[in-house]
Ligand binder design. Structure first.
Ligand SMILES: Nc1ncnc2c1ncn2[C@@H]1O[C@H](COP(=O)(O)OP(=O)(O)O)[C@@H](O)[C@H]1O
Ligand SMILES: Cc1ncc(COP(=O)(O)OP(=O)(O)O)c(N)n1
Length: 269
């Protein structure tokens, strides 16, 4: 009997340096056994030192990529990353709806580690209005959760309140990532499915080699959903994947180096 190949799609920006964006997503899909496909929304000139330039792909071309995939290669799961503008968010959201795609992971990418704007400020409302209600799993980091909720998140209670708020906005499941709380020795990713809160704990690694952690984490969830895993199982594997990717740095470039996408498979074979 022919087995079904899990197909995972990333709708995101390209990172020329290979540590984040489309490149990180495809590497992660491959490592977790999913066939990777991409819709490129923007091209960034980027390396470990930062983002040097951004070119948004014309919205018609974003739509054509989406249609090409829908016409021939239906994904079992998809993730969105850097969407940059209101027009791209509207087009991506309406086509996800039209194609009835599910297992949608929304990584609400806003600002790169070096401070560059990967989502225009005027596009935050569009993201909330059009894309958030389509999210089977929404994966904000702390600053993104603060932007989306309009609240400051200072502690566990704040994170739980933010998760409830985002659920009320329409995201079915939420993971608020804990990488941006440097005082926590065990970075906690808080998962909320509308009923229960689960804390996925890791071990904080003191390192500058964290470029692309958010993209890689969301891509690992997507690959696992494509393989038929439940949302909570997918988050658990993603947490293990990113922990190992951060723990075995490649030390490439002179800035925030990329994580090691090989580490998880190498250590779990
Ligand atoms: N220094 C670190 N040590 C261990 N885990 C980390 C570290 N930094 C981030 N993580 C983990 O990496 C994932 C991405 O988190 P985060 O860095 O908050 O996202 P983003 O890249 O979107 O800002 C989360 O699972 C988080 O807990
Ligand atoms: C093209 C592109 N997309 C997303 C990001 C942000 O990636 P993230 O995983 O949040 O990691 P940092 O950039 O914050 O290290 C990006 N940089 N480029």
């Amino acid at each position: 009997m022919m087995s079904i190949t899990p197909k995972a799609l990333t709708i995101a920006g390209s990172d020329s340096g290979g540590g984040a964006g489309i490149q990180a997503d495809l590497k992660t899909f491959q490592e977790l056994g999913a066939y990777g496909m991409s819709v490129i929304t923007a091209v960034t000139a980027q390396n470990t030192k930062g983002v040097q330039n951004i070119h948004a792909i014309p919205v018609e071309m974003v739509v054509d990529q989406l249609k090409s995939i829908a016409d021939d290669l239906q994904p079992h799961a998809l993730k969105t990353g850097m969407l940059f503008s209101v027009e791209i968010i509207e087009a991506v959201s309406s086509h996800i709806r039209e194609f009835h795609w599910n297992n949608v992971v929304v990584d609400p990418v806003m600002i790169a580690k070096g401070g560059s704007e990967l989502l225009r400020k005027d596009a935050v409302e569009a993201l909330k209005k059009y894309l958030l209600p389509l999210a089977d799993i929404l994966t904000p980091n702390i600053p993104e959760a603060e932007q989306l909720t309009g609240r400051t998140i200072a502690d566990k209670r704040g994170r739980e309140d933010a998760a409830r708020f985002l659920h009320d906005l329409g995201a079915k499941k939420i993971v608020i990532k804990g990488g941006h709380l440097p005082h926590e020795s065990e970075p906690v990713d808080l998962y909320y499915d509308g009923e229960q809160m689960i804390e996925f704990k890791g071990k904080r690694i003191e390192t500058s080699q964290t470029h692309g952690t958010g993209c890689t984490f969301a891509a690992a969830i997507t690959a696992e959903l494509a393989r038929g895993k439940s949302p909570a199982e997918a988050v658990q594997t993603a947490k293990a994947f990113i922990q190992e990717a951060i723990s075995s740095p490649l030390h490439l470039g002179s800035g925030h180096g990329p994580t090691n996408h090989w580490a998880y498979r190498r250590n779990n074979q």
